[in-house]
Ligand binder design. Structure first.
Ligand code: HEM
Ligand code: HEM
Length: 173
């Protein structure tokens, strides 16, 4: 432990996050021409999400869903305070970030599964599945933009660098 700092994100969480960013970007950028790379990156993203779900039950304290996934009342309370500019700082994920995190995990699962379905005899050429795959990607891109802006916003509000914390694992006490 470093003076005044506390370890919040364990190594698996950080590795998971930046691998997911890399795989998502790779799958997105290869969707037009590099089919093999596209599918590999998508499957790895799917595997990362599966890993994160397991880690959400057995990981270190702040990695656990029980530590950050809020009950509706807690979320509503946090959003009310946020609207008045008085939201408290959280050492782990704040309730609003937690909802975004669960949403992003679910969306990557939907994108990966519909992608896989398109490669099966059953789903090949199915326009509904193609539309679901493409639509889920668009929605997720918008959510990611919001996720990044929110991380920068909360960093400024609490005078800390949350993006750096997701790299080093440390936060101010
Ligand atoms: C360069 C772009 C990105 C930046 C700067 C970024 C930044 C962050 C930060 C700072 C956190 C911690 C939030 C907190 O302290 O509460 C976080 C968590 C998270 N982000 Fe991102 N993010 C990026 C892209 C993405 C993408 C593309 C995805 C998914 C496709 C994603 C999914 C997640 C998830 C699932 C978590 C929770 C981490 C965990 O507990 O395992 N992020 N991100
Ligand atoms: C996070 C993971 C993924 C992302 C971000 C992603 C993104 C995309 C995008 C942007 C497209 C183009 C959609 C359009 O036509 O407008 C696409 C198409 C496609 N993806 Fe993915 N994808 C992912 C995972 C996968 C996986 C795991 C597979 C299969 C193993 C897959 C198979 C396909 C196929 C077959 C198409 C072409 C569909 C068509 O002919 O229109 N994708 N994907």
């Amino acid at each position: 432990m470093t003076a005044g700092k506390v370890r919040v994100w364990d190594f698996p969480v950080r590795l998971f996050h930046w691998s997911l960013v890399t795989m998502f970007a790779t799958a997105y950028l290869t969707s037009d021409d590099a089919e093999a790379l596209h599918q590999w990156a998508g499957y790895i993203a799917l595997g990362l999400v599966a890993f994160r779900i397991v880690w959400g039950f057995i990981g270190t304290p702040h990695a656990r869903f029980a530590d950050f996934v809020p009950r509706p009342a807690r979320l509503a309370n946090y959003l009310g305070l946020l609207a008045r500019g008085r939201e408290p700082r959280h050492l782990g994920h704040n309730p609003a970030a937690a909802v975004m995190i669960v949403f992003l995990l679910a969306m990557v699962a939907v994108i990966g599964s519909t992608g896989w379905l398109m490669t099966t005899d059953w789903g090949w050429g199915n326009e509904t599945i193609e539309a679901l795959h493409a639509g889920a990607v668009k929605l997720t891109l918008a959510a990611i933009a919001f996720h990044v802006v929110a991380a920068v916003f909360e960093s400024m509000r609490h005078r800390e660098n949350l993006v750096l914390s997701m790299l080093t694992g440390y936060k101010r006490r």
